[in-house]
Design a protein around this ligand. Structure first.
Ligand code: NDP
Ligand code: 5RP
Length: 472
C-alpha cells in the first residue's frame, strides 16, 4: 500500500487548502472528512502530479500514513476535536504525532497534550492564519509545544508557510499550548483592527459623505503607503464589489450584525484573567455583540433621532487625519495584544519569543502589515520589551499621529458617530502614558467602605484609615 507523509482530517475551507499546499510542496498527503463528498472530490482539486488521496474510512486513513504518523486536524474547535481524537487514538502507535491546527482553546490543548502523552502519543497545538487563500498559497503558522514533534514537522512547515524576504512565516511559539495562545491573540488583534477600520469607514461616509468609489480611492492610497496591510487591502477591494442582486454595491446590502466564533472573546477573557489591559480588543468584541441588537438599535435611533452631523471644514485634512488616527489606533491595538503575550508567557511558562511572533506575522496572516517590520525592529533591539509603546522609534511614530487621533475622536464624539475603538485606543494611550492616575481616590473609597487598605507614596507598608467622622 502507498505510504503518505502527512494526513489531514477535516477537508473544509482550511483543511482542504492546507492539504493541497503540503502536496504542492512535494509531500504525499492523505485526507479524511466525515463528509464523504469532500473526500470524493479531494483528488480532483489537487495540482496534477501531486500525491493526494482521500480515504473512505478513518481506518484506511491511519493505515495509509508512514510511521511515525503525522496527522493534522483542521476541524472546528471544541467537541469535533475530541471526537476525532476519540476515533483515532486507538488506531495510533507509540510516537505518532497529532497536530491540532484549528482555533482551539489553549486550555483544551493542554488537556489533550496530557491525555495523548499518557498514550505515548505526541499532541501539538498550532495556529494557522491566512484564511482560504493563505492556507493554499502560504499561511503564517504558529506551532508550539512538543519540541521533538516540532522538529519532525519543521521542514514541511517552512516549505508551506508564507515567505517574507525569503524567510518562512513560521517559528516555534513556545511550550505547551503557546501555539494556540498566540493564534488566539492574533485573532483578538484582528478583531480590534477590523473594528477600527469599520469606524474609519463610518467617519468617512457619514462625516465626509464619501461614496464607495471615493472610499476605494482613499483605502487604495492608504494601502500604497505606511498603512499597507492585508486588512486595508481587502477593505479597498470590498468597496469595488458590485452586488449581483441589485444595481448597487454589495457592502451596502450587507446586514450590520457581526458574527464571531469565539477567539476574540477568549482573548478578552484571558486578559481579564491574567490582568492585562486590552481595551481596544475588548471593545471590538463587545461591539460585535452590540451590533446584534439590530431591532433595539432601530427603535433607539428613532427615539433619539436629533443627531446632526456637521461636515468637516477641510475634507482633505479630515481624511488625512482619519487615516492617521486609524494607523495609530491600530498600532495601539497591536501593543495591547503583544503585552498580553508578554504576560501570558510569564504566567503560563510558555517562553513565547515575541521577536519571532512579530516576525512570522509579517506575512501570510490576516493581521500582516508593514507595521510589523517596525515591531520586529523594536524586539530585535530589546527582546524583553514589555510594551512596544516603550520603544523609542515607536514613540516617534505615536507622537507624529496623536493629534490626528485626538481630532478624529473628538469629531466623532461631537457628531454622535460611534467610535468605541478609536476612543478606547486613545484612552488606553492616555492612561498608559500618565504618571499619576486618579486611582488614589478609588483606593481611598475602597478603604472607606470595605477596609480594603491602601499603600502610600511617602512610606512603605499597608494602611487602613477610619474614614470620615462617627456621624457618617
Ligand atoms: N476559515 C478560516 O478562515 C479559518 C479557520 N480556522 C480554524 O480552522 C478550523 C477549521 O475551520 P474551517 O476549515 O473554516 O471549517 P469548515 O467547517 O470549513 O471545515 C471543517 C471540516 O471538518 C469536518 N469535520 C468535523 N468534525 C469532523 C470529524 N469528527 N471527523 C472528520 N471531519 C470532521 C467538517 O465536516 P462537516 O462539514 O461534515 O461537519 C468540515 O468538512 C477551525 O478551528 C477554524 O476556527 C483557522 C484559521 C482561519
Ligand atoms: O482565525 C480566523 C482568522 O484569523 C478565522 O477566520 C476566524 O473564524 C475569525 O474569527 P471570527 O469568525 O470570530 O471573526
Amino acid at each position: 500500500m502507498e505510504q503518505y507523509n502527512y494526513g489531514v482530517i477535516g477537508l473544509g475551507v482550511m483543511g482542504r487548502n492546507l492539504l493541497y499546499n503540503i502536496a504542492d510542496n512535494g509531500f504525499a498527503v492523505a485526507g479524511f472528512d466525515l463528509d464523504a463528498e469532500k473526500v470524493k472530490e479531494l483528488h480532483a482539486g489537487a495540482t496534477p502530479g501531486t500525491m493526494v488521496t482521500g480515504t473512505a474510512s478513518i481506518q484506511d486513513f491511519v493505515a495509509a500514513l508512514e510511521s511515525p504518523r503525522k496527522i493534522i486536524l483542521m476541524v472546528p474547535a471544541g467537541k469535533p476535536v475530541d471526537a476525532v481524537l476519540e476515533n483515532i487514538t486507538p488506531l495510533l502507535t507509540k510516537g505518532d504525532i497529532v497536530v491540532d491546527a484549528g482555533n482551539s482553546y489553549f486550555k483544551d490543548t493542554d488537556r489533550r497534550i496530557a491525555d495523548l502523552a499518557s498514550k505515548d502519543l505526541h499532541f501539538m497545538g498550532m495556529g494557522v492564519s491566512g484564511g482560504e487563500k493563505g492556507a493554499r498559497r502560504g499561511p503564517s503558522i504558529m506551532p508550539g509545544g512538543d519540541l521533538e514533534a516540532f522538529k519532525l514537522l519543521k521542514p514541511m512547515l517552512e516549505s508551506i508557510a508564507a515567505k517574507v524576504d525569503g524567510e518562512a512565516c513560521t517559528a516555534y511559539m513556545g511550550k505547551s499550548s503557546a501555539g494556540n495562545y498566540v493564534k488566539m491573540v492574533h485573532n483578538g488583534i484582528e478583531y480590534a483592527i477590523m473594528q477600527l477600520i469599520s469606524e474609519a469607514y463610518d467617519l468617512l461616509r457619514k462625516g465626509a459623505n464619501l461614496n464607495n468609489d471615493q472610499l476605494y480611492e482613499v483605502f487604495k492610497e492608504w494601502n500604497n503607503g505606511e498603512m499597507n496591510s492585508f486588512l486595508i487591502e481587502i477593505t479597498r477591494d470590498i468597496f469595488q464589489q458590485k452586488d449581483d442582486l441589485t444595481n448597487g454595491y454589495l457592502v451596502d446590502q450587507i446586514l450590520d450584525k457581526a458574527g464571531a466564533k469565539g477567539t476574540g472573546k477568549w482573548t478578552s477573557e484571558q486578559a481579564m484573567e491574567i490582568g492585562v489591559s486590552i481595551p481596544t480588543i475588548d471593545i471590538a468584541v463587545t461591539s460585535r455583540i452590540l451590533s446584534a441588537y439590530k431591532d433595539e438599535r432601530v427603535q433607539a435611533a428613532k427615539l433619539y433621532s436629533e443627531k446632526q452631523i456637521t461636515k468637516p471644514d477641510n475634507v482633505e485634512l479630515f481624511i488625512k487625519e482619519v487615516g492617521e488616527a486609524l494607523y495609530l489606533a491600530t498600532l495601539i491595538s497591536y501593543a495591547q495584544g503583544l503585552a498580553l503575550l508578554v504576560k501570558a508567557s510569564e504566567e503560563y511558562g510558555f517562553d513565547i519569543p515575541l521577536k519571532d511572533v512579530v516576525k512570522i506575522w509579517r506575512g501570510g496572516c490576516i493581521i500582516r502589515s508593514v507595521l510589523l517590520e517596525k515591531f520586529y525592529s523594536a524586539y530585535t533591539q530589546d527582546e524583553n520589551l514589555t510594551n512596544i509603546l516603550l520603544n523609542k522609534e515607536i514613540s516617534e511614530i505615536v507622537k507624529s499621529k496623536i493629534k490626528s487621533l485626538r481630532n478624529t475622536a473628538a469629531y466623532a464624539v461631537n457628531n454622535g458617530i460611534s467610535s468605541l475603538g478609536l476612543q478606547t485606543a486613545l484612552g488606553y494611550f492616555d492612561a498608559y502614558t500618565t504618571e499619576s492616575l486618579p486611582v488614589n481616590l478609588i483606593q481611598a473609597q475602597r478603604d472607606y467602605f470595605g477596609a480594603h487598605t491602601y499603600r502610600r507614596i511617602d512610606r512603605e507598608g499597608v494602611f487602613h484609615t477610619s474614614w470620615g467622622n462617627e456621624n457618617n
